[in-house]
Design a protein around this ligand. Structure first.
Ligand SMILES: [Zn+2]
Length: 213
C-alpha cells in the first residue's frame, strides 16, 4: 500500500509510505520535514519502517531523516552521488534555512540497485539514476505495483528545476526520456511536489518531442 502524507514546514513535500500490507513493514520516501507527524502516522497504523529512501539530497526531502533514523533504527539510502548533498549544506541548500542539515550515516547505492524488505525479498523497489535536477537524482520503481516515486525529476506536466548545484537541463530531459518514459506506459508517477501522473501522459509533453524513440 501507498500512503501519501504532505508535510509543509518548508515547501509542501509529498512524503510516501510504501508498506507491505501483510507484514506492515515498509519504506518511507523523502521525509522532508515534520518528523513528529510522520512518526505518529507510522505508530497509529502499526507500520515498521525498515528503510528511509531519498530521491535526492535537497533539504525539503531530507530534513526529518536524522530524527526518524534514530526513532525507527531505519537504514538510510541514497544514490551513490549523494554524499556531497548529504554532507554539505551548500549543496543540500539547508544553509539557506539558517539550520544546517548533515546526514552522517547513509548507504549509497549504484544505478539499478534493488531494495527489499529484510524478510520479504519480493517486496522491492529498483533505484534508477535520473540526474539533472541534482547529480544524485533517482527514482524508485516498483514493477509489481506499476508505480514509481520520482521525487523532483518529473512533476505533472512539468519537470524539476535545473539551476541548483549539480543540475543540468539537457541531462534531466535525456535521463527522464531514457529511464522513466521507457517504463510501461500505464506506470503511475508519484512526485514530491505535484499531483500524480503517468508515463503515457508525460510522453505527450512537447519538451520530450524528438527524444522519444
Ligand atoms: Zn529538489
Amino acid at each position: 500500500m501507498i500512503l501519501q502524507v504532505t508535510v509543509t514546514k518548508y515547501l509542501p513535500t509529498n512524503v510516501y509510505f510504501y508498506v507491505d500490507e501483510e507484514s506492515k513493514h515498509g519504506f518511507i520516501i523523502d521525509p522532508g520535514a515534520e518528523a513528529d507527524k510522520l512518526k505518529k502516522v507510522a505508530e497509529e497504523r502499526g507500520f515498521v519502517m525498515e528503510k528511509i529512501l531519498l530521491t535526492h539530497g535537497h533539504f525539503d526531502h531530507i530534513a526529518a531523516v536524522n530524527e526518524l533514523q534514530e526513532a525507527w533504527g531505519a537504514e538510510v539510502y541514497m544514490q551513490e552521488k549523494g554524499k556531497i548533498y548529504a554532507e554539505n549544506p551548500a549543496w543540500n541548500l539547508s544553509d539557506q534555512l539558517g539550520k544546517d542539515i548533515i546526514l552522517h550515516d547513509v548507504n549509497y547505492l549504484p544505478d539499478n540497485a534493488v531494495i527489499t524488505l529484510k524478510d520479504k525479498p519480493d517486496f522491492r523497489l529498483q533505484l534508477r539514476h535520473v540526474p539533472g535536477h541534482t547529480s544524485d537524482g533517482c527514482i524508485y520503481y516498483s514493477e509489481q505495483d506499476g508505480v514509481a516515486f520520482v521525487g523532483d525529476c518529473v512533476f505533472r506536466e512539468s519537470y524539476g528545476r535545473t539551476d541548483l548545484p549539480g543540475g543540468d537541463e539537457e541531462t534531466l530531459l535525456s535521463k527522464i526520456t531514457e529511464r522513466i518514459l521507457t517504463l510501461p506506459k500505464e506506470t503511475v508517477l508519484l512526485s514530491a511536489h505535484s499531483e500524480e501522473t503517468t508515463v503515457e501522459h508525460e510522453m505527450k509533453m512537447p519538451w520530450y518531442a524528438g527524444r522519444l524513440k
